[in-house]
Each structure stands twice: as structure tokens, then as C-alpha cells.
Design a protein around this ligand. Structure first.
Ligand SMILES: C[S@@+](CC[C@H](N)C(=O)[O-])C[C@H]1O[C@@H](n2cnc3c(N)ncnc32)[C@H](O)[C@@H]1O
Length: 393
């Protein structure tokens, strides 16, 4: 893009104004570049202006930052970026795959000097706009391939190195081979320069392929598994950790299986969803032991675990809270829902999203009660009624 920071800033606020007054995208494009409405630069300006509304949900300064829709989607959310930057705090850090700069903004708050590297010219330009917008005097930006030894040579010796590599959209299970640049290659280029690395990798990636020593930190955001950070060298605190954001509950240890549940679940007990970061990290057992309470845990499908107790539980790793209404077989489900006085049934087991409403309406068709229940399924069906907490659907 030929424009500089001032030009882009002025153009984006003009477009925001036009969009607020209801002008169509086509007309906006004609106004920006009357002779070339298909000019890619005009489209990027429009994209940035339209994305601003959403940037505020991800970054506290989002309403004045510059992100394309794609750049924002890949940007590390501020609450996760702050957590990671606080672990990398010190004299200097480098984000060697900085995208449009989401993580860089937090590193700049926690580190004295930050070097940002980005290979894609548009992303690098947009990152430079964000750096300028926030007057981040302690950040230098380099456009180029972080695997190039010339670029690696610009990283201050002793800097922690952060990389959130590019990865394909789609499948939940991914491997190190799918992500670019491969953290193993970054380690080989930067190992003489840096005492510690943090790699952000897909949270459902198997760790079998990770043969370098690291701490695997699972992070949840608003009760959803959001990130897996691999810390190496000086940055390692243990084998595995889990962090629950925005609350900040954290735990470090060694993954362990949950013990088999010996006692039965009974109606009237309290039930809680366990935070997915605790489930995925294998640290739920440690977290339960820390409470010193008598809590039963039931994992339903590898990702969802429910905790049961006769007493209410308060802990930073709990999601929605429920009371147990009934536990029954699939055959008895309709009758039990009716007897429970259920009217609405939220399905909380793996259902193909395209079939969700068909299944739900089928279950609700014979019901005329006024209770809103949630239905979980493991070996048995669990009918739970929310109390307190948030209802998401
Ligand atoms: C997931 S995005 C990073 C987003 C960033 N963490 C943020 O918060 O905005 C990954 C970025 O890595 C960049 N990238 C991929 N390979 C690279 C390389 N060899 N050198 C530098 N940047 C690279 C991509 O262009 C992309 O912008």
C-alpha cells in the first residue's frame, strides 16, 4: 500500500463514518478510488474499517487499531497475549511471526525492547500501523523470513523468542508438520541466541511429535480451550500447566488420569463442568485434590468432564453449575424428561451441528413442563438443571 500511517488512519475513519451512515460497500469503494473500485488497497481499507467494530472485543484499544478480518481472526486475544507476555517479560523479546501485531502489543508492555518479524508485506505494514498508533517506541519491526539467518542476526542475544506460526483452518487435530514455520526449525536457527522460546500451537495438537523438552500450557478463554503454548528453556516451569482466563486460575504439574468413579451420582447433587484446560492438560486430578473436598469426576467424551459433589464447590476451574435432576438410560430418557417437568432441553453432547435442532425438537416435542434442562451423555443420560452460572445456549 502506498499510503503511510496518517493517510490510512484518515481513510479508515472516513470509511467508518460512511458505513455508519449506511453507505454500501460498493459505494464506499467508488468513493475511495473512483476509477478503480476493485483496487486491492481500497478493499483492505474497507476491510479494516469494517473489522474495527469487532477489534474492540479482542483488544482494549481495538477501536483505534488496524486489523483486516483475517488478521484479527488470527490475532492472539489480548487476555491470552498478556498472560504469555508476562511470562516472557524482561529486557528483550522477539515475536518472529508477528502477523498484524496482536501479541506484539502485549510484549511491548512487558518487555523493555521488542523485535517483531513478519514475512507477509501486508501483515507487516498493518503491524507497523498498530505500532505507530500506540506509539510503541520500544518495538522495531522487520519485514522478512524469520528463518533467514540475516534476520535471526537482528535478534538481540538473550531475547526470549515467541512464535505463533501460521496454520491451516479446519481440522481440530493438527500436527507440527502442518504449521509454518515449524517450531523445530525455529529452534535450530535461534537456539544460540535465545534462552527460552514460546510457541503457540493448535490446542488439540498431539504432543507425541514434540520431541524437544518443553512445558505444555493449555489455556482456556471463557471456558473454551483457546491455546496451547509450548515453553522451552528458562521459560519452563514444569511438564504441563493449565491456565483459566480471564479468571487467572493456574496449576502446574504432571498429567494424570482421573481415578475411576466408584460412588454413584444421585439426584439432587451439585454438578459442575470442569474447565477444558484442566481436562486437556490432565491436571484435573491435581486440581480436585487441592480442594480437599469429596468430588466425583466423570469424563464423558475426552473433552467434557463433569464434577459431582453433595456440597456446593467454589474453585477457579469450574464452568457452568447444575443440580442433578435424573440419571437414566437412553430408553427411559423421554419419560424421565417428562417426569422432571422439562420443557426445553439443551443438548450437551457431541451432535453434528447440522442435526442439532432436529434432535432437540424431537426430544422436546412431547414435553410441556417449564424447566430448562441440559442433557449430557456418557454411558448414561444425565439430566441437569442449571443454577447460578451462565447459560450459553
Ligand atoms: C497466526 S499469525 C500471527 C498472529 C499474531 N500472533 C497476532 O497476535 O496478531 C502467523 C503469522 O506468521 C507469519 N509467518 C509465516 N511464516 C513466517 C516466516 N517464515 N517468517 C516470518 N513470518 C512468518 C504469517 O505471515 C502470519 O502473519
Amino acid at each position: 500500500m502506498e499510503m503511510g500511517y496518517e493517510g490510512v488512519r484518515a481513510a479508515v475513519s472516513r470509511i467508518e463514518g460512511w458505513k455508519r451512515s449506511g453507505i454500501t460497500d460498493r459505494n464506499v469503494l467508488e468513493r475511495i478510488g473512483p476509477r478503480t473500485p476493485d483496487d486491492p488497497a481500497s478493499r483492505v481499507l474497507l476491510d479494516i474499517a469494517k473489522t474495527r467494530k469487532r477489534s474492540g472485543g479482542k483488544y482494549s484499544d481495538g477501536k483505534r487499531l488496524f486489523f483486516t478480518a483475517e488478521g484479527l481472526r488470527w490475532g492472539t486475544p489480548e487476555v491470552a497475549a498478556e498472560h504469555c507476555a508476562s511470562r516472557l517479560s524482561g529486557p528483550s523479546a522477539a515475536d518472529v511471526t508477528c502477523g498484524q501485531g496482536g501479541q506484539v502489543l502485549s510484549l511491548a508492555r512487558h518487555c523493555d525492547r521488542v523485535l517483531a518479524v513478519e514475512i507477509d508485506p501486508l501483515n507487516a505494514f498493518i503491524a507497523s500501523l498498530n505500532i505507530e498508533e500506540l506509539s510503541l517506541d520500544n518495538v522495531s519491526l522487520v519485514r522478512g523470513d524469520c528463518m533467514d539467518p540475516g534476520i535471526a542476526g537482528k535478534v538481540e542475544p538473550g531475547s526470549y523468542v515467541f512464535s505463533d506460526p501460521a496454520r491451516p483452518q479446519g481440522a481440530l487435530e493438527r500436527s507440527l508438520d502442518d504449521i509454518v514455520p515449524d517450531p523445530r526449525r525455529i529452534l535450530s536457527v535461534y537456539s544460540d541466541i535465545s534462552p527460552g522460546f514460546c510457541f503457540e500451537v493448535p490446542p488439540y495438537m498431539s504432543l507425541d511429535q514434540v520431541e524437544f523438552p518443553c512445558e505444555a500450557e493449555y489455556l482456556s478463554l471463557d471456558r473454551r480451550l483457546n491455546r496451547l503454548n509450548l515453553y522451552t528453556g528458562d521459560l519452563m516451569k514444569g511438564a504441563v500447566s493449565a491456565v483459566v482466563l480471564p479468571g487467572g486460575y493456574s496449576i502446574t504439574g504432571v498429567s494424570r488420569q482421573l481415578p475411576l468413579m466408584e460412588e454413584k451420582i444421585v439426584s439432587g447433587e451439585y454438578a459442575y463442568e470442569a474447565d477444558p484446560a484442566l481436562v486437556r492438560s490432565g491436571l484435573l486430578r491435581d486440581a480436585l485434590e487441592e480442594t480437599g473436598m469429596d468430588i466425583k469426576a466423570l469424563c464423558l467424551d475426552g473433552r467434557r468432564c463433569l464434577l459431582f459433589s453433595r456440597e456446593p464447590i467454589e474453585a477457579g476451574f469450574l464452568g457452568m453449575a447444575y443440580k442433578v435432576v435424573s440419571i437414566c438410560s437412553e430408553d427411559a430418557l423421554s419419560r424421565e424428561l417428562k417426569d422432571a417437568g422439562a420443557g426445553k432441553v439443551t443438548l450437551r453432547y457431541n451432535v453434528d451441528p447440522s442435526e442439532y435442532w432436529e434432535r432437540r425438537l424431537e426430544l422436546e416435542s412431547g414435553l410441556n413442563g417449564d424447566k430448562k434442562v441440559h442433557l449430557f451423555k456418557g454411558e448414561q443420560c444425565l439430566i441437569l438443571e442449571p443454577f447460578g452460572g451462565r447459560i450459553t445456549r
